[in-house]
Design a protein around this ligand. Structure first.
Ligand code: GDP
Length: 238
C-alpha cells in the first residue's frame, strides 16, 4: 500500500516534482507519539463566535478548515476517535464559531467554521471572513493549519481566498485530502500533483500532502504523527 503522504521531490527544483513514497518503514517511536497524544480526551474548551470571545492561548494550536461538507468533522473525529467534536461543531448555532478542544493538556485542536455554503448571505460571509482573518492574524499559539480538500475535487476557486489569507498572515498550512477512499480510480490520480504544483506558488504552504479517509482510516495514523510534533511534551507544565 502506498504511504499516504506526498512530499516534494528531494531535488527541490521546480516544486512540482512529487514523490509518493512506497511504504517506507513507519518510525515506531513517532507512530507511538501520535497514538498516545490522540488517545487522550479531547475536551471542549470554548466556542468563539466573535474575536473578543477567543479563549486565552494556553497550548500550541492546530486548526482545521475547509469548505462545508469537505469531511472536516469526520476527519477530526477519526483523529480523536470520538464523535464529541462533530456533535459540538455541528450543533445548530455553533457552526459559525471557532471551537477549541484541549487534547490531553498538550495540544489545542481548533475547528474553524466551514466556508462555501450555497445559502450563505453576504453578511454571513463577511462575518466568517473577519472572524477567521482575526484568528489567523493574531494567534501566536497557532502552529499549523490543516486545509482540508476533497481528494476528488482538488483545490477550487472557493478555497483560494483562504489560501491567500493564510499566505498574508504568514501561517504555515498543509493540505489534507479527505475522502480518499472515493478517489482511488484513475480519473483522480492527477489531483495530488496538481495541488503540489499550485502550493509551490504559496509562500506559507508546507510542501506535503496527507491523503486521508475517515471511512477506511487511511492516513489517520500518519496525520496524528505529524501533528504530535507540535504538541507539548508529556509532563510539560503550561
Ligand atoms: P463537514 O461539513 O466538513 O464537517 O463534513 P462532514 O464530516 O459532516 O462530512 C460530509 C459528508 O461526507 C458526510 O456525508 C460524511 O459521511 C461524508 N464523509 C466524510 N468523510 C468521508 C470519508 O472519508 N469517506 C467518505 N466516503 N465519505 C466521507
Amino acid at each position: 500500500m502506498d504511504r499516504p503522504l506526498i512530499d516534494r521531490g528531494a531535488d527541490g527544483s521546480s516544486g512540482v516534482s512529487v514523490e509518493i513514497g512506497a511504504a517506507p518503514a513507519v518510525d515506531s517511536a513517532l507512530a507511538e507519539a501520535g497514538r498516545r497524544l490522540f488517545a487522550a480526551q479531547a475536551r471542549f474548551i470554548a466556542g468563539a463566535p466573535t474575536p473578543s470571545a477567543l479563549p486565552p492561548e494556553t497550548l500550541p494550536e492546530i486548526a482545521f478548515v475547509g469548505r462545508s461538507n469537505v469531511g472536516k468533522s469526520s476527519l477530526v473525529n477519526a483523529l480523536t476517535g470520538r464523535s464529541t467534536l462533530a456533535r459540538i461543531s455541528n450543533t445548530p448555532g455553533r457552526t459559525r464559531q471557532i471551537n477549541f478542544f484541549d487534547l490531553g493538556g498538550r495540544l489545542m485542536l481548533v475547528d474553524l467554521p466551514g466556508y462555501g455554503y450555497a445559502e450563505a448571505s453576504k453578511s454571513a460571509v463577511k462575518s466568517w471572513t473577519s472572524l477567521v482573518r482575526h484568528y489567523l492574524q493574531t494567534r501566536a499559539a497557532l502552529r499549523r493549519v490543516c486545509l482540508l480538500i476533497d481528494s476528488r475535487h482538488g483545490i477550487k476557486e472557493i478555497d483560494r481566498p483562504l489560501m491567500r489569507m493564510l499566505d498574508d498572515a504568514g501561517v504555515s498550512y498543509q493540505v489534507v485530502l479527505t475522502k480518499s477512499d472515493k478517489a482511488g480510480k484513475g480519473e483522480f490520480a492527477s489531483v495530488p500533483d496538481k495541488i503540489m504544483a499550485e502550493l509551490a506558488a504559496h509562500v506559507a504552504a508546507h510542501p506535503e500532502i496527507h491523503l486521508t479517509s475517515a471511512l477506511d482510516r487511511r492516513g489517520i495514523a500518519e496525520l496524528r504523527e505529524t501533528l504530535a510534533n507540535f504538541a507539548f511534551p508529556i509532563g510539560q507544565s503550561r
